[in-house]
Every structure is written in C-alpha cells, then in structure tokens.
Design a protein around this ligand. Structure first.
Ligand SMILES: NC(=O)c1ccc[n+]([C@@H]2O[C@H](COP(=O)([O-])OP(=O)(O)OC[C@H]3O[C@@H](n4cnc5c(N)ncnc54)[C@H](O)[C@@H]3O)[C@@H](O)[C@H]2O)c1
Ligand SMILES: CC(C)[C@H](C(=O)O)[C@@H](O)C(=O)O
Ligand SMILES: [Mg+2]
Length: 369
C-alpha cells in the first residue's frame, strides 16, 4: 500500500513553499518509482476561516492516518488579535502535542556560496555543521496555569513545567544523535536561575555515564546566544528546552544566511514525524513569489530520511540544493555575489531540474555524497 503524507500548507507563504516541496517530492518519487499518496488538510488561520478551528478534527484524523506530515507555516496579522483558542499558532502547538512529537531537530550549516555575504566573519562561520535538538511538547508552551488573573488582569502567569520523563526522553534522543555525529553534546539551560534547568542538568549528568563516548558540556542560554555567533564551530549537537530552542534556532539562521534555508523534523519514538521549515508565514512577502522554498524542500528531505528510511533520495535533494547555490542561483533573502535571484516557483523548477541532472549522472552509483 502507498505510504501517506499529509500536506498542511497553512497561511502566508506556507502554500507557496509547500507547492515547491511537493513538486520536488513528486519528482524524486517519479525517478525512483516510489508510490506515495498526498492528502491535503487545513491548519492555522485558513482553518479558522473555513472551519472555525485552527486544528479541525478532520485534520487531526488525516494526520493520525498518515505516515508523515509536511507543514508550511501558520499565522498572520489577520488573526493576531483572536482569542487564544482561535489563534493559528494554537493549531500547530496542538498538533505537535496530539501527535506526541517531542523531539524537534533543527540542523544548521554553512553553505559555502552564502558565506561571503554574511554579516558574520568568514573565519567564524566557515565550517559550521550543528544540530539543535529542541524539546517540543513541554516547558513554557504547555505549562499550567497559563492565565491572566485579577479583576483587572493585574497579573499574568505562564508556567515552565517538565516531568522528569519528558526531560529524560529528549536528552536521551540528543545523546543518540550525538553518537551518530561528532560525539559532542552541549546541553543549554539557565541552571543559575531556574529549578527546571537544575533538574535538566542532573538528568544530563546521570545519562552521560551511559554515553561515555560522548563529550558533554553544559552552557547557560545567555552565553550560548553569544557563542552561537562568535564561536559556532564548537557546537555539534545542542539540546535544550522548548523556548530556548525556538529562540536559538532563529538566531542560528544567521550562520546559514537566511531563516528561509532552515529545515526541521519533529519526531517521536517511532518513524512517524512532522516536517516543517523553521520560518513562519512571512506576511511581509506573502503572495509575491519571493519566498525561499528551500527550507521546506530540505524539510521534505528530512522526511524521506527519518520517516521513510530513504537516505539516498534525501541526499539527492540536499546535494541538488547545494549545487544550485554553487551555480549562483538564489532567492531574494539570500546573497550570492553576482548571483541570479529567482522567484519561489523558478527556484522550485531549478531544484527539480538539478535532481533530474544529478540522478541521471549518479543514479546508477546511488551515491550523492
Ligand atoms: N512554524 C510556523 O508555522 C511558524 C514559525 C514562526 C512564526 N510563525 C508565525 O508566522 C507569523 C509571522 O512571524 P514573523 O514575521 O515573526 O516570522 P517569519 O519567520 O514569518 O518571518 C521573519 C522574517 O524572515 C523572512 N522570511 C521568513 N521565511 C522566509 C522565506 N522562506 N523566504 C524568505 N524570507 C523569509 C520574512 O519575510 C520576515 O522578514 C506569526 O504569526 C508567527 O506566529 C509560524
Ligand atoms: C509559531 C510558533 C508557535 C512556533 C514555535 O514557537 O514553536 C514557531 O516559532 C516555530 O519555531 O516553530
Ligand atoms: Mg520559532
């Protein structure tokens, strides 16, 4: 039976970048003769407008019946003043929680053609290849209570809450991932202030004895924010709680060159996963054909790798993206000296073309290293 992918384009540039990722996936499946079924569903602001909920039951049902989810982005000014349960972001958070997707993998690397235009020094970002492992279904995002209090709302509270088991499973995932990479783990916290961070540290230290081949260090989040852009090459795997991971990953996009380049995978213990770019719905450029689809296309590559075990196909996409940048093609958010700026659909077409070309050259050798 064909594997099923639920496609959730969402809002703003979501549908534009999703169109790119689906076209690229279809091209790859055609080349390799894979049978996949795409099922579309509503999430976010568009779901509020059409169904009265940011996460309609029908969407949840489709997601639960599929093997993986590909998501564009949610949100936008139109819904910014809605009450909390009718905010597009609520749909995304609800889906992550409902599906149990606790481990959010956000790889960040330098692309050689983008280095010279970076505001960061070339010698600092020349060779970055790091992975942020962000806890995704706990912490401040989901702690209770979270409310306004008092007759005149004179007080407000959000709660940073974690169970020991929630910390253990994300830390263990990060150790496992570090073992597959350069065996260095940086655990990021605010243990000089927060009790949740002190427990986080204890758990990391306890687990370290099981992973003695992994070199572990603790780093405070404020210092990490600084070191991420002054000494990023030191990092291999970074593991951290939900909000810290959200903020650090947007910051890290400066190393790559644009938020539009960063992909992500949200995983649980089995092969099921949700894949989405790190960026949001970018209302400032929505509907103008300016959005960079590469973060979503690279998220689709992560889907092939983590949910379907299709490593060669994932590499084909990643290598093709590398090659296009080396050929001097980019979108408006990127800067390549003397580069050609393409629209979203032209960039998608370039990736499809490059996949065809690379597959023809390397298809028999089945390697795209
Ligand atoms: N996963 C998600 O769905 C997600 C993630 C982040 C923000 N959001 C939502 O998106 C809305 C807008 O948030 P924001 O403006 O703070 O963040 P954003 O990520 O949408 O945009 C930040 C900046 O980066 C640019 N940018 C982002 N993605 C790009 C791309 N693919 N190509 C070119 N440029 C790109 C935008 O034009 C903007 O200048 C908010 O409602 C927010 O809640 C959603
Ligand atoms: C839209 C928002 C809820 C979301 C988050 O904070 O997790 C986004 O910023 C992200 O990084 O995926
Ligand atoms: Mg974010």
């Amino acid at each position: 039976m064909a594997k099923k992918i639920t496609v959730l384009p969402g809002d703003g540039i979501g549908p534009e970048v999703m169109d790119g990722a689906v076209k690229v996936l279809k091209a790859v499946f055609d080349h390799f003769g894979h049978q996949f079924e795409f099922v579309e569903a509503l999430i976010g602001g568009i779901a509020i407008d059409l169904e009265g909920s940011p996460l309609p039951t029908a969407t949840l049902q489709k997601c639960a019946e599929s093997d993986a989810i590909l998501l564009g982005a949610v949100g936008g000014p139109k819904w910014d003043h809605n009450k909390p349960e009718l905010r597009p972001e609520k749909g995304l958070l609800g889906l992550r929680k409902e599906m149990g997707l606790f481990a959010n993998l956000r790889p960040v690397k330098t692309y050689e053609p983008l280095i010279s235009a970076s505001p960061l020094k070339q010698e600092v970002i020349g060779n970055v290849d790091l992975l942020i492992v962000r806890e995704l279904t706990g912490g401040l995002y989901f702690g209770r209570p979270s409310e306004r209090r008092g007759q005149f709302n004179e007080e407000v509270v959000d709660t940073l809450q974690y169970s020991k088991a929630e910390i253990e499973r994300i830390v263990e995932k990060a150790f496992q991932l570090a073992r597959l990479r350069r065996k260095k783990l940086t655990s990021v916290d605010k243990a000089n202030v927060l009790e949740s961070s002190r427990m986080w540290r204890e758990i990391v230290d306890q687990m370290a004895s099981k992973y003695q081949d992994v070199d572990v260090q603790h780093m405070l989040v404020d210092s990490t924010a600084m070191q991420l852009i002054t000494k990023p090459e030191q990092f291999d795997v970074i593991v951290t709680e939900n909000l810290f991971g959200d903020i650090l990953s947007d910051e890290a996009s400066i190393i790559t060159g644009s938020l539009g380049m960063l992909p992500s995978a949200s995983l649980r213990a089995d092969a099921f996963g949700m894949y989405e770019p790190v960026h949001g719905s970018a209302p400032d450029i929505a509907g103008q054909g300016k959005a960079n689809p590469l973060g979503t296309i690279l998220s689709a590559a992560m889907m092939l790798r983590y949910s379907f075990g299709l490593e060669i196909e994932a590499k084909l996409i990643e290598t093709s993206v590398d090659d296009i940048l080396k050929d001097g093609y980019c979108t408006g958010d990127l800067q390549i000296p003397n580069g050609n700026i393409l629209s979203t659909s032209q960039m998608t077409e370039k990736v499809v073309e490059k996949i065809r070309e690379n597959h023809a050259i390397n298809g028999l050798a089945k390697t795209y290293q």
